[in-house]
Ligand binder design. Structure first.
Ligand code: MN
Ligand code: MN
Length: 295
């Protein structure tokens, strides 16, 4: 193994360590009546305090929401009594990303659903090694979730991680499907099973609060130009609307969207409004197994 690859893997490990610490602290703050914005800001500033950068905005998706929910500017929302919360965090060091999520069950009524996605993640991790196919991973995830009496969410997947690329190929499916990719030593991937008591599919709903840069182009509007300069500092990684300067923000952001410069990530919710649980870790593929960076 080259020295360069070891240095890169060390950055993935550092990002993962920071993530695991922040995740544990933040999960403890998710309580009935506590503001979502406070938890998200705790996560994002905690990452920076520990020497990393957020790889994407802290996701706090509740109940039938599966992903891409993050607080608005000055959001007043608080966690409710029975909320089932997916806390999904991304950390990068020099572009090398850790991505991990846990589900916090405030009612205590969803223990089995939470366990289903955790068990699927654990079973998947057991079979990951150099030469494993993403087909096998999807099959293990699907079977484990179904054995617990739930459905996997078919249109959400795990993914590869590249430098400043939080969703690199290949897709790591949560169901058995026909076309797979063989994973090799030192590939870095995120596995993220989603389980539900609903229909097993997510649909887009509501406004987006998360965006990313697609392709920079010249823009004329003064505010859009200033906004684009700010957005470029995220190096293609997703960012939250609440991270941006507020002056004429909606107008400037819409101009960048209409010009095909930024894309949005609408909240994804379960189609039948079923409850959704998620468990996610980042791992490095090894010859005879894998190394979980976000444990
Ligand atoms: Mn994630
Ligand atoms: Mn992910």
């Amino acid at each position: 193994m080259g020295e360069e690859i070891e240095l890169i893997l060390e950055k993935y490990r550092s990002a993962g360590r920071i993530l695991a610490e922040v995740r544990a602290e933040a999960a403890g703050l998710i309580k009935e009546g506590s503001p979502l914005l406070e938890v998200a800001e705790f996560v994002e500033s905690g990452i920076r305090d520990k020497g990393g950068e957020p790889a994407f905005p802290c996701n706090l998706s509740r109940n039938e929401e599966a992903a891409h929910a993050t607080p608005l500017v000055e959001d007043k929302a608080v966690f409710g009594k029975g909320d089932l919360v997916k806390l999904d965090i991304g950390v990068h060091i020099d572009g090398y990303i850790g991505d991990s999520a846990v589900t916090v069950d405030l009612s205590g009524d969803h223990e089995a659903l939470v366990k289903a996605s955790e068990a699927a993640l654990n079973e998947a991790i057991k079979i990951v090694r150099d030469g494993v196919s993403t087909i096998e991973i999807g099959e293990v995830i699907e079977n484990t979730i179904r054995e617990q009496g739930y459905k996997p969410v078919v249109n959400l997947t795990g993914h590869g991680l590249g430098r400043y690329n939080s969703h690199a190929p290949p897709s790591i499916p949560n169901v058995k499907y026909e076309h797979g990719v063989i994973l090799r030593e030192n590939d870095v991937i995120a596995i993220e099973p989603f389980a539900t008591d609903g229909g097993g599919k997510v649909v887009e709903s509501g406004n987006a609060e998360i965006f990313s840069l697609l392709k920079s182009k010249p823009v004329r509007m003064r505010e859009a130009k200033a906004l684009l300069d700010k957005i470029k500092t995220y190096q293609g990684l997703p960012f939250a609307k609440r991270w941006l300067p507020h002056e004429r923000l909606d107008l400037a952001l819409r101009a960048l969207e209409n010009a095909g410069i930024v894309r949005d990530y609408p909240v994804l919710r379960e189609e039948e409004k079923g409850f959704v649980s998620q468990a996610e870790h980042t791992l490095i593929i090894k010859k005879d197994g894998c190394e979980v960076t976000t444990k």
